[in-house]
Design a protein around this ligand. Sequence first.
Ligand SMILES: [Zn+2]
Ligand SMILES: [Zn+2]
Length: 503
Amino acid sequence: MVVCPQCPDEDDPLEEDTMNFYSSPTLLKLASQRLLREEALAISALKDLPRDLFPVIFEEAFTGRYTKILRALIPLWPFPYLSKGTLIENSNLETLKAVLEGQDILIAQKIHSSRCKLRVLNLRNTHHALWRIYEGSYEHEGLPEFMTQKYPVVNSPDCRENKELTVTVDLKLDEDGMDESATYLLQWAQQRKDSIHLCCRTLRIHGLPKAVCREIFKVVHTDCIKDLDLSFLNPEEIDFLTPYLRHMNNLLTLMIKSIRGASYMDDFSEEVDEENISRLISPLPTFHYLQNLYVHDVIFLEIQLKECLRCLRKPLKTLSITGCFLLHSDLDYLPYCLNTSELKYLNLTATCLDHLVIDGLGFLLENVKDTLESLELEFCMMEESHFSAILPALSQCSHLTKVNFYNNELSLPFLKQLLHHTAQLSQLTYEVYPAPLECYDDSGVILSHRLEKFCPELLDIIRAKRQPTRVIFATNQCFNCSGSYVYDLETQHCLYQKVLLPD
Ligand SMILES: [Zn+2]
Ligand SMILES: [Zn+2]
């Protein structure tokens, strides 16, 4: 158990989030705000409005919830694409209804206004759009990229649907079903199936009311789904989903998280019967295009990992297995699995590797030495013998830009040895190392002054070979307050932090 000298002062106020997305209003914004104050005038003026004003008016009308203007604006939209960006977070059912009613007007018009070019309405949460929409820089950069044609339409090459209008959306289902906006949207799209293609790119299922799930798949084409996130389900629910999964032919990212389930646990808590478990879980279907596989906190993984990887048809870019219990045979299998031969991102955080002979991981690193860019082995309970086994392969991974070895048990002399290897990885821009064992006393109390003393010398090992960009040495977290001591290349000091290791 690790305890820090800061305890019991646990109430350090967290730093205020100083991110401020709002910049000063631009002239266009001021003009549109003024226009919106006179609703009737604004609506009548829309048809004569310069094209470039539409995105600004849309943003203002959306955030200000001017529903009548929104409704009138959609049938005149002069671009092929309209994205709400992250505005959806500020939206309510009324604004969504107004936008969809605008669509209805558009669909009902047999001859579209020559001005309207709308083909794709994007209701997804596209975070990158946030910056652009709040930077207020329309004047300098012309129209925001996400309003124009080139970016989004090509984003859906697998979408074979060719309806008048495509509405792209991310959906989330949990135990209570879906939120009211999503429910409304689904019904709306269902009733207009002939003219609207509801294209769901990201589907998150965090609890499974089966009736709602069936409704979703009546409207949503499984082919459209690129990212699927299955969390907090039990194996029986995965079984229920399997027929749908079988048709997700274009899936790129699969995230499986916290698959266990209380009743299932009760049945098997006494004696885990492997045969019964594998019978409970039907094998995952073949995913032909999957590139990113994330598995977190999945209790049956020890039986399923090989099956999981066998059902893929293309080499993965990302393999993230975190908070799981790996078997020796799993680790041994990884380097021989063709689907792991081109990994860019490997994350085994919080998988106990201490009980394993780790040669398999070394072989895997050797296989991916020409592709691997990020390696995360946090909280793996690895000791020096484990690191020794992977060091020769690690030194060859010359494309690595990020390594994270936080919270493993290394002595000062061994940490130096590790750094002599990573110092030769010239592309590294982000590296996290555990504070050496010498930074704790026999009862586990953190000796922060020692970390402060060791770090300059440790950094010099890297500096002898290359210029480091972001390097962090951190102690384990204190058992009481979860704080830790962090020595950062930037601060050059050992500082107490409650929230560890921002990426
Ligand atoms: Zn503490
Ligand atoms: Zn689609």
